[in-house]
Design a protein around this ligand. Structure first.
Ligand SMILES: [Zn+2]
Length: 272
């Protein structure tokens, strides 16, 4: 279960954020960094207890060199369905902006039933959500600041959705808090918040927040702010510019991977 969202800053930059919530309390990300694409690998086994059984595919959050930012959250994982994380990877590999990413995702989803999820996308000019449900991918334009959790906001709640307990309170809490967000620090205050007893957007019940991500695009640069573990407990935010395009080389890519907070220091992208 995850909380995601986007906001445009008064400085001209724009922000995508995500708390990754997991079935166990510790998780080490795998990341992909290529010349034009950065992605944190997704998992279909997010509720699993045993790290050796983790199954990775697609991206759960990422960015590309065109300035597109994209992430997702689970609604329900279904057998024999394509992982919705694959669609974040499709968006970032084929899209140069929100509109072209929506086209690519809708074309891919129409071909093969996909597990249900919520995608959030933002570029310099527009933002959108895509609600995936089987072969349906419904895109809605987003204005202002928006959050998403683990139910479909536009298609509506459904008996099949996996989280029927925390998704609405987290959505309400994040949506309310976003009204006061003006900076990246404010986004982290939201990601660290506990509005529902001992849990909330920072998740301590049923699932555990294992990473917080804030991607900021400003002045033609994409900056990743990332925390491993529950952000209310770990104040050590790693802030790094993603070395895209002309900044991408063996040294910059290896440095980015080595400084990423994970025990896993392999680059799962193409060899540099
Ligand atoms: Zn917390």
């Amino acid at each position: 279960m995850c909380t995601t969202g986007m906001i445009r800053l008064s400085t001209g930059g724009y922000v995508l954020f995500k708390n990754k919530d997991f079935g166990r309390s510790h998780f080490d990300d795998r990341v992909v960094l290529e010349r034009d694409v950065f992605g944190v690998c997704g998992t279909t086994s997010w509720a699993g207890e045993d790290p050796s059984l983790d199954q990775f595919s697609g991206f759960s959050v990422g960015a590309n060199s065109s300035g597109l930012l994209c992430c997702d959250s689970n609604v329900v994982t279904l057998d024999e369905h394509v992982n919705y994380d694959i669609m974040v990877e499709v968006a970032l590999r084929q899209g140069t902006d929100v509109a072209s990413a929506i086209d690519a995702v809708q074309e891919a989803v129409a071909k093969k039933p996909t597990s249900w999820g919520n995608m959030v996308l933002i570029d310099a000019n527009s933002a959108a959500s895509i609600e995936i449900r089987g072969t349906q991918a419904v895109a809605v334009s987003l204005t202002g600041a928006n959050a998403r959790t683990n139910h479909h906001v536009n298609l509506g709640e459904h008996d099949l959705q996996e989280d029927k307990i925390t998704t609405i309170p987290r959505f309400d809490s994040a949506t309310k808090r976003l009204r006061d967000v003006k900076s990246v620090d404010d986004v982290f205050t939201l990601l660290r918040s506990h509005d529902n007893g001992n849990t909330g957007v920072c998740n301590h019940a049923l699932h555990h927040t294992v990473y917080s991500y804030v991607l900021v695009r400003e002045n033609n640069e994409t900056i990743l702010h990332v925390v491993q573990g529950q952000p209310c407990k770990n104040n050590r935010v790693i802030v790094r510019t993603i070395p895209f395009a002309n900044s991408f080389n063996a040294i910059s890519a290896n440095r980015f991977i080595s400084e990423y907070p994970s025990a896993n220091k392999n680059n799962f992208g193409v060899a540099v």
